[in-house]
Write a protein that binds this ligand. Structure first.
Ligand code: NDP
Length: 309
């Protein structure tokens, strides 16, 4: 098996180390010396540079190094019939949950207000609300969203979720489909977005959606940047329809230096750090999937190319 690591943004060394530790016999190729392209069976990639796939005539598997595959599917040269697999990883899930908890708890307990008060040596208690009275909502109840909703509920928040298909999650009020969206939004004071980026979810965070949230709601956007209509967010913040937002993902990454979000007083910018699949944690499932590929067994975490996730 020859596996090519190909990415325009990630260095491959940690992946090579982790994969060699898991499977010493694996033939791993790295740029610029990929050897004979006809020998490459599998590409492991994040944001492949243009021209990647056109060179690889015998490709049998494309492996994304993260949970989202939108950057792979956007490649016009992606061969139509090759299976695409993504990462689903418990450690990555734990890290996403921890990140969202940090943001939601900080928002709920008004840590930014308290820090500003400390700078002014001001002893003043913000209005108190019990965690049990605070209604948070998670859009997208997949591997990451479900765990996030469950653990927000364990902390004590009043949690709802919205998903394409129904879900049964103890302690979480689940809404689904376009018909369920209105009731979900109407009760959600803090909206956490963990949807994949697809044709159906692009631009979903727009003026119409913000208007259906209670006035003063807070947004936590951790799925993908193109979910958000940026001008609509700025207007909703100016008008007070939203009270603030933490954004971890952006239409253009890195966020351009002159972007308004950097200095907006109601926006917290985090540089796509919510969670990252680590090579050490993921190497085992890659090797297992290669074994399955050659044994003709069903692959783990294969995405549905029509649905786009
Ligand atoms: P999954 O594929 O496991 O889950 C996606 C969920 O979204 C599914 O439950 C699916 O419902 C639901 N969904 C999809 N389309 C729609 C729709 N149109 N309307 C309502 N619900 C929909 O993905 P993960 O949970 O693993 O990851 C989610 C996303 O998080 C990734 O795609 C990635 O973009 C982002 N991410 C961000 C990171 C960061 O650091 N900021 C790190 C990792 C991931 P159903 O199953 O019913 O189809």
């Amino acid at each position: 098996v020859a596996l090519l690591f190909y990415s325009s943004v990630l260095s491959g060394e940690a992946w090579v180390r982790a994969l060699r530790a898991e499977s010493p016999e694996l033939d791993i190729r790295l740029l610029p010396d990929i050897g004979d392209p006809d020998e490459i069976d599998c590409v492991l990639s994040w944001r492949p540079p243009p021209g990647t796939f056109a060179r690889l005539k015998n490709l049998r598997l494309v492996y994304g190094t993260g949970a989202g595959v939108d950057q792979l599917l956007a490649d016009p040269e992606l061969p139509p019939d090759v299976p695409i697999v993504r990462v689903v990883d418990d450690a990555q899930t734990d890290d996403m949950v921890a990140f969202v908890l940090a943001i939601v708890l900080g928002w709920h307990r008004k840590l930014d207000v308290i820090r500003a008060q400390q700078a002014a040596k001001l002893w003043s208690r913000p209005p108190f609300r019990s965690v049990r009275d605070v209604r948070v909502g998670v859009m997208g109840l997949g591997a990451l969203g479900r765990a996030t909703a469950e653990r927000l509920a364990m902390v004590g928040f009043d949690v709802a979720g919205w998903n394409r298909s129904p879900r049964d999650i103890p302690g979480v009020e689940v809404h689904h489909g376009p018909d369920g969206l209105g009731a979900f939004l109407a009760r959600t004071e803090c909206l956490i977005v963990l949807l994949p980026l697809t044709d159906a979810t692009r631009d979903i965070l727009n003026a119409d959606l913000f208007a259906r949230l209670p006035p003063g709601a807070y947004l936590v956007s951790v799925g993908r940047g193109p979910h958000l209509v940026e001008a609509d967010l700025l207007r909703a913040l100016d008008q007070g329809q939203l009270s603030g937002a933490t954004l971890d993902v952006f239409r253009e990454e890195p966020l351009p230096q002159d972007h308004l979000f950097w200095t907006h007083p109601k926006i917290t910018v985090t540089p796509h750090v919510a969670s990252l699949a680590s090579p050490e944690s993921v190497a085992k499932q890659i090797v297992e999937n290669l074994r399955r590929l050659y044994a003709g067994e069903p692959l783990l975490n294969q995405i549905d190319r029509v649905a786009g996730y």
